[in-house]
Design a protein around this ligand. Sequence first.
Ligand code: DX5
Ligand code: ZN
Length: 215
Amino acid sequence: MAIIAPSLLSANFLNLQADCDMLNKSEADWYHLDIMDGRFVPNISFGPMLVEFFRKATKKECDVHLMIEEPERYAEQFKNAGANHLSVHIEACNHLHRNIQQIKSLGMKAGVAINPHTPINQLVDIIADIDIVCMMSVNPGFGGQKFITHTLEKIKQLRKLIDEKGLKVLIEIDGGVTIENAPSIIAAGADVLVAGNTVFKSPNPTDTISQLKKI
Ligand code: DX5
Ligand code: ZN
């Protein structure tokens, strides 16, 4: 049974309270928050202020995905805003090990996010130090994109790496997850499914979360 993390990027920003209430009553395990700076990715979303509001309105674990440059400048603000997990992009960090130590010393679970073009072997020397790999299955920046099928091969490679080392790192798949492709993503070895459009644009989001949970 996978961990389900609805992405609030696809929520109704004119009525976030309703979507938070829905999450609280649903079988969702986490909620996923996408932070975009308009530099690392070609889009701007929201910052720590909104994370704090979500924290107050939701009971689930808060999974923050930073798509920003120089994430070390903001890690503490996201901790103070209520993040339980903080993922930084490998492509945005010149000193990734230091970023991971910073996140852990602030008391959060540490995640590394990787873009679709980034090979799994770049994780070899950091995998033992982290809690989560957030594997992008679309190019980051926007919700509602199509799942890149090559990701399935990368999930298998990462599963092998984690299992061979006897680690408990979670594999989180982010982008284009649907009811249809979720079975093959889980079969390839994923632990966590992020789902934005699939949940929030469906007629019954609570039921869609239950369907993902049953896979
Ligand atoms: C993309 C974000 C994703 C996005 C997923 O840059 O990191 O978390 O919200 O949305 P869907 O599930 O609609 O692809
Ligand atoms: Zn994300």
